[in-house]
Design a binder for this molecule. Structure first.
Ligand code: TXA
Ligand code: MG
Length: 483
């Protein structure tokens, strides 16, 4: 039978051992102090009481830690990091657990997803911005009809205030609450919405200044509206039951995010909630269309997820009288508008866009060079590149290439002090894969700390048009090469 003081003393030694880091050695100074106290405890009840309390305290601490370990994955973080991490949450949403009834009301079968959506919806209603997935890219959403909520978008992104926002709706009914009563829907819009909504098509509508705050339209007479098809985006908008303004969820000027991780890396600390619904399907932003001009023509202000070919086909199939089929014009390809180009309303015109930290060089491999430009041989171009940028240092080049193109199948030269980091953009004949991978490619290579990114041109048909639109804006230099 041990005396009480011996039991307490041994208990204390056990707790000290458990509370120390592996290999669980007790600090000798502590141990000798406790031995001395234990000796005193033989003679004094109050010292015994103090030691017993110390034992209870240490045991409670250990139990608390075990509980934290079991329930809190953030236990290894410092207190400050823990506050940061729990306050700025990435919340999982399973898109396959969400369905919609015929009125657009969402049904969510996963409790976790419902919780995440509810937290995000509460933030939106409290006028806080929230990042969420759409089928195109991740959006940074805020209530569109509340100026102060919408203004947060500009501060989080560092977005210039004269660049208007797209308003997202979850149903045709919600769209109609935004339109002026006098507005008559053009037949072209009816056809395009029937075919592409919900989806990656943004349409310009006349803006009713009594409904749409001027911060959304940047004082333009029009407002850009789309109905996203991503279940998480639609469900979130339906839950708040109000239109949500959302630009891409990246700092202004950077490539758009296509995963929750891209958003976290860029904007973490500036947001309460990032909903993670997996990688975006389309990977490029929506196509922005203006069909409001008097001539009835369809003007593509920004090529995007819905191809010009698909828009043309929809109009041709839907309009019986061939004379009435509107022409589809792509800005900068089919028409120029100097005044428009100076204005920030034309997507990606006035401001720097899609640029990672590393400079991007566009490699033209199939298009004919402009007059007086002599293409370089691929091999010699690649060998000389290091000398052009950092002759005396180690250089990492990121290379975005198509899997089966001539450049993509080329063995890159071994050059002293050069590392080639390759990221594949999919096969030549499937631009939808390239669209899905482009922004991830730029962001991944940037994350890997490359000094320069080389990117191969793609053919400008279907998604290729939107891809090259983004690549041209990302690139600070264009070079022509031959094989
Ligand atoms: O796919 C998308 O469109 C994504 C997702 C989140 O929905 N959003 C997006 O938003 O790309 P943002 O802000 O990054 O690009 C929207 C572009 C802007 O560049 C702006 O110039 C143009 O749409 N825009 C907005 N309102 C406009 C208007 N009234 N007239 C002309 N262009 C407008
Ligand atoms: Mg953007």
């Amino acid at each position: 039978m041990f005396s009480q003081h011996t039991q307490v003393y041994r208990g204390l030694l056990r707790e000290l051992k458990r509370s120390s880091l592996p290999p669980h050695k007790i600090n000798p100074a502590l141990s000798s102090n406790f031995r001395r106290l234990a000796e005193q405890a033989r003679r004094s009840n109050s010292v015994l009481e103090d030691l017993t309390n110390a034992l209870i305290f240490l045991a409670a601490q250990r139990e608390h830690r075990v509980l934290l370990d079991r329930y809190n994955p953030l236990v290894d973080l410092t207190a400050e990091e823990r506050i940061h991490a729990t306050a700025r949450r990435v919340l999982r949403c399973d898109p396959t657990s969400i369905s919609f009834d015929s009125t657009g009301k969402p049904k969510v079968t996963s409790q976790d997803t419902l919780n995440s959506l509810s937290i995000a919806a509460k933030n939106l209603v409290d006028l806080q911005p929230v990042a969420f997935p759409t089928e195109t890219v991740y959006g940074l959403g805020a209530l569109a009809l509340d100026s102060s909520a919408a203004s947060c978008i500009f501060s989080v992104k560092g977005r210039p205030p004269d660049n208007p926002l797209i308003v997202h709706v979850s149903s045709p009914d919600m769209l109609h609450t935004l339109l002026p009563s006098s507005f008559k829907m053009p037949q072209s819009y009816e056809l395009l919405m029937r075919r592409f909504w919900p989806g990656a098509l943004t349409l310009l509508f006349p803006s009713d200044p009594n409904t749409i705050p001027s911060i959304i339209t940047a004082n333009q007479p029009t407002v850009a509206i789309r109905m996203p098809s991503h279940p998480v985006a639609r469900a979130l908008i339906a839950l708040v039951n109000a239109p949500v303004a959302a630009p891409s969820a990246n700092s202004s000027g950077k490539p758009s995010p296509t995963t929750a991780e891209h958003v976290r890396r860029d904007l973490s600390g500036k947001l309460n909630v990032i909903l993670d619904g997996g990688a975006c399907d389309v990977g490029l932003e929506s196509t922005v269309v203006d069909g409001l001009q008097e001539d009835g023509k369809i003007r593509v202000l920004r090529p995007g997820g819905i191809s010009v070919e698909d828009i043309q086909e929809t109009l041709q199939e839907g309009i019986q009288d061939h004379a009435l089929i509107p022409q589809v014009l792509v800005h900068r390809r089919d028409y120029r508008d100097k005044e428009l180009e100076a204005a920030p309303t034309t997507p990606g015109m006035k401001y720097r866009h899609y640029s990672p930290a590393a400079p991007v060089t566009l490699l033209m491999t199939t298009s004919a060079p402009p007059e007086k430009v002599v293409p370089s041989k691929a091999e010699s171009f690649l060998i000389s590149l290091k000398n052009e940028i950092k002759p005396s240092a180690f250089v990492k080049f990121g290379v975005l290439v198509l899997t089966n193109s001539i450049l993509g199948t080329l063995t890159f030269p071994v050059v002293d002090g050069v590392e080639w980091l390759r990221y594949e953009l999919g096969p030549v004949d499937d631009p939808s894969v390239t669209a899905r991978r482009l922004f991830d490619g730029l962001l991944t290579l940037d994350q890997q700390g490359v000094d320069m990114i080389l990117i191969e041109e793609v053919t400008e048909t279907k998604e290729g048009l939107a891809i090259m639109n983004r690549v041209r804006k990302a690139a600070s230099e264009v070079r022509w090469i031959t094989f």
